[in-house]
Write a protein that binds this ligand. Structure first.
Ligand code: URA
Ligand code: URA
Length: 230
């Protein structure tokens, strides 16, 4: 065997076509949330604490003018399970914490029933400032604030994401989804499992949502228990 013969691991010589092709483009990092531009999701921020400080000073939309404080989110900064609600209500705006009012107290009960500790998960919202009169956040408010949510997902790095209600499902899964159709269905994106269920506030208005929500939480509990340790 001649020593000139290419070894198994040598790069073969480029063909003329390969030499003419443009050099490889490294793909830019992709955002997790549909419609989000990664470059606008605070890629320079490398800790949740830093992101919180930035969000507390945010003036990207008008919601901050009408609320008392920014409700950034709460929980384990390395949580494997992330819950995403809609936005702060009156009680959350006063406390500075997510899900502490009536809907939050119901969420707490569901979490206890599913044997999930609030301190080991993370709870966030699509918008961090209370919309006046608890109206739905409007599209430009969501568009600004989902950049923070995108960064929270990147920094917390959860393996399971639970969308609570319509807005979170539309922001995380697809703008066209309907909560009644999508709930209870597992999806996978970029290695994360995603599921939507009804919003606890919807359960307070409609008893019929309770049973399917409990089915979803049992599935969430089982998926969480089955996660590999990290
Ligand atoms: N509803 C939400 O969507 N989020 C909260 O934090 C409280 C109520
Ligand atoms: N409508 C919503 O916005 N959320 C629900 O969970 C159910 C109905």
């Amino acid at each position: 065997m001649s020593t000139e013969q290419p070894g198994l691991f040598d790069e073969p010589e480029a063909t003329p076509a390969e030499r003419a092709a443009p050099s490889k483009v490294i793909n830019p990092p992709q955002a997790f949330l549909p419609g989000v531009n990664y470059e606008q999701s605070y890629p320079q921020i490398s800790s949740l604490q830093e992101l919180r400080s930035l969000a507390l000073k945010c003036r990207n939309c008008r919601l901050r003018d009408g609320c008392q404080q920014v409700v950034f989110g709460e929980g384990n900064p390395c949580a494997r399970l992330l819950f995403i609600g809609e936005g702060p209500g009156k009680d959350e705006d006063e406390a500075g914490l997510p899900f502490v009012g009536r809907a939050g107290q119901l969420l707490d009960k569901i979490l206890i029933a599913a044997e999930l500790k609030r301190s080991e998960v993370y709870i966030a919202n699509v918008v961090k400032c209370r919309p006046p009169g608890n109206r739905l956040p409007n599209p430009d408010e969501v568009k600004q604030c989902r950049n923070y949510l995108e960064a929270q997902i990147r920094l917390i790095n959860p393996q399971i994401i639970v969308c609570l209600g319509s807005l979170a499902s539309q922001v995380v899964i697809d703008p066209a989804v309907r909560i009644t159709k999508i709930r209870g269905t597992w999806l996978t994106r970029q290695g994360r499992s995603i599921i939507a269920t009804f919003h606890p506030a919807a359960l307070l208005r409609n008893e019929a949502y309770k049973r399917p929500t409990w089915e979803d939480f049992k599935a969430i509990r089982d998926a969480y228990r089955a996660l590999p340790a990290r």
